[in-house]
Design a protein around this ligand. Structure first.
Ligand SMILES: Nc1ncnc2c1ncn2[C@@H]1O[C@H](COP(=O)(O)OP(=O)(O)OP(=O)(O)O)[C@@H](O)[C@H]1O
Ligand SMILES: [Mg+2]
Length: 471
């Protein structure tokens, strides 16, 4: 089911339920009210009849005429004398203590009210005359004992037809049902309107994303018309995601084009020399030797390039073979392995000998230091020196690879960690560099939760700083 439909239905169901509850309360309280009113009316009516009889008895007493309540003419006369006021809209009947009816209101004609015990209130369905017809009608019935001189001498029965109050009640019920129906219809309309309004930005976003398919990935969602609500936030987050994806996409794209460019030049050089040797190498041993050397050098470069690219490509997914590593010892050992070839490379140890263990991958970290020392040695050439030293703070060990070589211009400093970035492409390529060394260094150090940074002054030297957290 669509969100819009389910929201609308939930809204209508809630409004409907609330209406039903309020309708039930209204209907039941009206019913109760009408019933109580009728009961009061019946009691009043019985009281009135009693008063008439008591007055009649007093009259007889004053005139010293014997009072015979059972005398049918006496009471019937009095009842009709009192006129319609007494039995208008009501049936009245008086019975003796033996439950014999001896007087009743004329509107009962030849019918009798059923005889019930004194002090009974209830509802009955009776066959009674209404407007010249005899109909089955519902009647509220009240029977009350008649006291004269504190003695019960008869029973007064009053019946009130419920037709009018039932009609009023039915009308109110119908009105409440119509109200319920209307409130559900209106809540469906309002619910639909509100949910459509609330969801329209989502629909817009969905349309935009849909139309984006197959087009430019860089295109961001238009958030200018969106409020700063949840949907606006969602669109913003989505845009952030899109820009991150397109950045990754760009980096990937650049890497591919840089890589193919880098691969092309050694390949061109190898093919050029191979073709030349094929044509003229046979008669020219000097040229053959030189050509073969170039081909070997270029293919070595190619191999190194491919290896570096593989390292970088796998860097994200490398399952690090991490172990606890005595990092100072490892670096010291690496430097001493290189020293026989480079007498201008020095390691400065600290006086207090400490064992610093870090959790890391030995081969990868070795590659880091080889890369940095190799760069530094190339920068100093034959007339400078490279120093490796370290510092320890509370949480990290910090290595410095310091050289007093050619230095790096400030404008290049922030780019040296980028893939294939070389400060002076021609010169650095001639020296065999691929431009991938520092980006590999950065990848490895990041994966060890460390940091790498560089400071340099052109013509004075460069310092690379590596910070690694220890255990
Ligand atoms: N210590 C340094 N002094 C001066 N320039 C440096 C130093 N280290 C790096 N660079 C410059 O930064 C560039 C990038 O270094 P990086 O190690 O990434 O590539 P590379 O050394 O050219 O190639 P590779 O390391 O892949 O053989 C180098 O080409 C060089 O110009
Ligand atoms: Mg390098």
């Amino acid at each position: 089911m669509k969100i819009r439909t389910s929201l609308t239905l939930w809204f209508a169901a809630t409004v409907g339920l609330m209406s039903i509850i309020s309708n039930l309360i209204v209907v039941f309280s009206i019913k109760e009210y009408l019933y109580n009113q009728k009961v009061e009316e019946a009691k009043d009516k019985a009281n009135d009849v009693q008063q008439v009889i008591i007055t009649l008895q007093k009259d007889h007493l004053e005139q010293e005429i014997p009072f015979e309540i059972q005398d049918p003419d006496l009471l019937s006369y009095t009842l009709s004398e009192q006129g319609t006021a007494l039995y208008e809209g009501a049936y009245v009947q008086v019975t003796d203590l033996n439950s014999k009816v001896f007087s009743k209101s004329p509107n009962l004609k030849n019918k009798n009210l059923p005889i019930l015990k004194p002090s009974t209130i209830g509802q009955l369905t009776l066959l009674l005359p209404v407007k010249n017809k005899v109909n089955n009608i519902r009647v509220l019935y009240y029977s009350s004992p008649l006291y004269i001189n504190k003695e019960v001498i008869a029973t007064v029965q009053v019946g009130l037809p419920l037709i009018k109050s039932e009609r009023i009640f039915n009308q109110i019920l119908l009105f409440e049902l119509i109200k319920l129906f209307l409130s559900i219809v209106i809540s469906l309309i309002i619910g639909r309107f509100l949910s459509t309004r609330a969801l329209s930005p989502m629909v817009k976003i969905a349309d935009e994303v849909h139309s984006m398919a197959g087009q430019n990935l860089l295109k961001l969602l238009d958030t200018s018309n969106l409020n700063k609500d949840e949907i606006g936030q969602l669109a913003g987050t989505f845009n952030e995601l899109l820009s991150r994806i397109s950045k990754v996409f760009d980096v990937q794209q650049r890497f591919i084009s840089d890589a193919s460019h880098e691969l092309r030049s050694p390949l061109t050089s190898i093919r050029g020399h191979a073709q030349l040797l094929l044509k003229r190498g046979k008669d020219n041993p000097e040229m053959l030797k030189e050509g073969m050397e170039i081909i070997i050098r270029e293919s070595e470069r190619l191999e190194r390039l491919v290896n570096d690219m593989l390292i970088l490509a796998r860097s994200g997914q490398r399952s690090a073979k991490n172990s606890d590593l005595d990092i100072i010892k490892s670096v010291k050992q690496l430097v001493s392995e290189l020293q026989p070839l480079h007498d201008n490379l020095k390691f400065i140890d600290r006086e207090e000998q400490k064992v610093i263990l870090i959790n890391g991958d030995q081969d990868s970290l070795r590659r880091v230091f080889i890369n940095l020392i190799d760069n530094a040695l190339r920068a100093v050439g034959n007339n400078g020196e490279v120093i490796v030293k370290y510092d320890i703070d509370e949480e990290n060990i910090i290595f410095y690879i310091i050289d007093d070589g050619i230095g790096i211009k400030e404008e290049h400093l922030e780019n040296v960690f980028e893939r294939f970035y070389r400060v002076d492409s021609a010169r650095d390529r001639d020296k065999g560099g691929t431009g991938l060394g520092l980006s590999i260094v950065k990848e490895i150090i990041n994966s060890h939760k460390g940091q790498v940074s560089v400071t340099s002054t052109l013509g004075e030297g460069t310092t690379f700083m590596i910070t690694l957290p220890f255990i």
